[in-house]
Design a protein around this ligand. Structure first.
Ligand code: AMP
Length: 543
């Protein structure tokens, strides 16, 4: 027997309508290249999304067409999110930091009909244009005064495209399973793979993000997504914030600029900000150097890579800001787990251990760990296993792939190795491809990196496995010194004593000027392993 409730569809159009009806005056503030601080309301934003939908219809857009974006976080990108998805098109966000050949591959694979681009990406696209055969036109996200000279064919100015269009649109009644957005994984091996998000997944994910032990967003807050809108929908912040009517503050191209972030936070009264560890390192450095603080900010969300303790400690002790550690991935929209506030009475060392974990699963995500035979492992906080997940906002099949992306029994293998403790807290130890196996036992590179990052002289740290005659593999630590520091490798290694099992301590420490990073800002272990392909352990080096 079916229930007898209204069959209302879970769509982003419903999010937009809710925000329009209830919070038309809520503000969206953006830092942009052509107008340093642009300010308007939700009512203005959705009126312009309607103009965009009208313009796309006039261009001949058909339901399901992909519209590509190469853009930073600002109000025009926000208008694109809603103007495309809510009119039945697919908002395909593209990471401009990918290798140009990968961008060409992605645009071709997605068959994007139009690309909406920030002016600074015009030269990149000019070089790629001959390879972008599906693209009918390029729309530059700026006004007439700032239009660049360009050889790109069918170049259109965004403001001119919108100008003459009506501010109302007859938004279609979409089935909730309609595709809303598309994002390709950065894929360190093989071609990038497209994750095609449905409206239903985005709406359920929005509820998940808003839960009290997750982002816990209130309408009275101001939210700064420092996580790019070109990567996994900026962790769905552009959907979750309008659902509650909070103020949105966008940093434009200044994602890693401590000065801009700190000014926006102070001037706009930002209460919560979200981003990867690298952006917080930049912000904390700026605050340290200018002896400033951020009175309005009460929490930051850190994910994308393991959050070092030094970030949590400095935020809390110097600025009274609580750091929440979260884990997720492109294929999960991205939310998987979120570490809530630890109980106040938890002793310091236990609180630290708990906060360094990635937290319990958000409602909507089921997790398990399995061994090499696919057998589920206990959730005792000790057993390691391949982390598998399932739920309504997790990818079932990649875009245009013939086969399901799931295991035979219906789970998605995340490619991460983890522990899960009896309270359900996830502890990511490695990517499957990066695990270090010494004498048949796993060593967690993330735990070792956290240990190194706790030292003042270390700005960045990475641990990779290097083949070893006796143990098959042993960990090698590579560090980048903090500005002005000259760390002694032996002293760095000595600092591990007592913090990790003795046999986990890296066999050597190498000081490097920089570490290779991926297009999403993570340390690229693959490139690092290539750099150290000829490395020999001290005892193996010729005398
Ligand atoms: P992406 O799909 O590019 O967002 O990358 C997802 C991957 O980033 C995950 O599978 C993890 O390997 C890694 N990751 C994300 N968040 C964390 C975290 N909090 N701690 C450790 N690794 C993380």
């Amino acid at each position: 027997m079916n229930g007898l409730m209204m069959p209302s569809q879970l769509t982003l159009t419903a999010v937009m309508r809710h925000a329009q009806a209830n919070f038309p005056g809520s503000e969206i503030v953006s830092f942009t290249a052509d107008n340093p601080t642009h300010r308007y309301t939700y009512a203005d934003a959705f009126a312009r999304s309607a103009q965009l939908a009208n313009a796309l219809q006039a261009l001949g857009a058909r339901p399901g067409d992909r519209v590509g974006t190469l853009a930073w976080n600002d109000y025009r990108h926000f208008e694109l999110y809603y103007g495309t998805s809510c009119s039945g098109l697919v908002c395909h966000t593209i990471n401009p930091r990918l290798f140009p050949e990968q961008i060409a591959y992605i645009v071709g694979h997605a068959e994007d009909r139009w690309l909406f681009i920030d002016p600074m990406f015009v030269p990149l696209l000019e070089a790629l244009a001959p390879k972008l055969s599906s693209v009918e036109g390029f729309v530059v996200l700026t006004d007439r005064a700032h239009m660049p000279d360009s050889t790109l064919p069918n170049l259109v100015c965004y403001e001119e495209l919108l100008e003459s269009q009506p501010t109302g649109f007859d938004w279609p009644s979409l089935d909730e399973n309609t595709a809303a957005a598309l994002c390709y994984t950065s894929g360190t091996t093989g071609n990038p793979k497209g994750v095609l998000y449905s409206h239903r997944a985005m709406v359920l994910h929005t509820y998940g993000v808003l839960m009290p032990d997750v982002f816990a967003l209130k309408g009275s807050e101001a939210v700064l997504p420092v996580v790019p809108m070109f990567h996994v929908n900026a962790w769905s912040i552009p959907y979750a914030v309008p659902a509650v009517g909070a103020k949105l503050v966008f940093p434009g191209p200044k994602m890693a600029c401590g000065e801009t972030l700190s000014r926006l936070i102070r001037e706009e009264g930002v209460t919560i900000a979200a981003g990867v560890p690298t952006v917080w390192l930049a912000l904390l450095k700026y605050l340290r150097e200018t002896d400033s603080t951020l009175p309005s900010l009460n929490r930051v969300v850190v994910g994308g890579s393991a959050c070092p303790w030094s970030i949590m400690e400095e935020f809390e002790q110097q600025h009274g800001v609580y750091t929440h550690h979260a884990w997720g991935m492109t294929e999960m929209s991205p939310l998987g787990t979120y570490n809530p506030r630890v109980p106040e009475d938890l002793p310091g060392d236990q609180a630290k251990a708990l906060r360094l974990k990635q937290g319990p699963a958000a409602f909507g995500v089921e997790m398990r760990i399995v061994d090499e035979q696919g057998q589920p492992q206990p959730h005792d906080g000790i057993a390691f296993g391949a982390l598998q997940v399932r739920g309504p906002w997790i990818c079932e099949r990649y875009y245009r792939a013939a086969e399901s992306a799931l295991t035979d029994d219906g789970w998605f293998d995340t490619g991460d190795v983890a522990t899960i403790d009896p309270r359900g807290y996830l502890g990511i130890t490695d990517r499957t491809k990066d695990v270090i196996k010494s004498g048949g036992e796993w060593i967690s590179s993330i735990e070792l990196e956290n240990c190194a990052m706790a030292l003042d002289e270390v700005a960045e740290a990475a641990v990779i496995g290097i083949s070893h005659e006796k143990w098959a593999e042993r960990p090698l630590l590579v560090i980048v010194p903090a500005p002005g520091a000259e760390p002694d490798p032996q002293k760095v290694l000595a600092a591990f004593e007592g913090n990790v099992a003795k046999w986990w301590i890296p066999d050597d420490c190498v000081v490097a000027e920089e570490l290779p990073h991926t297009a999403t800002g993570k340390i690229s272990k693959k490139d690092l392993r290539e750099q150290f392909a000829n490395y020999r352990w001290p005892e193996e080096q010729p005398a």
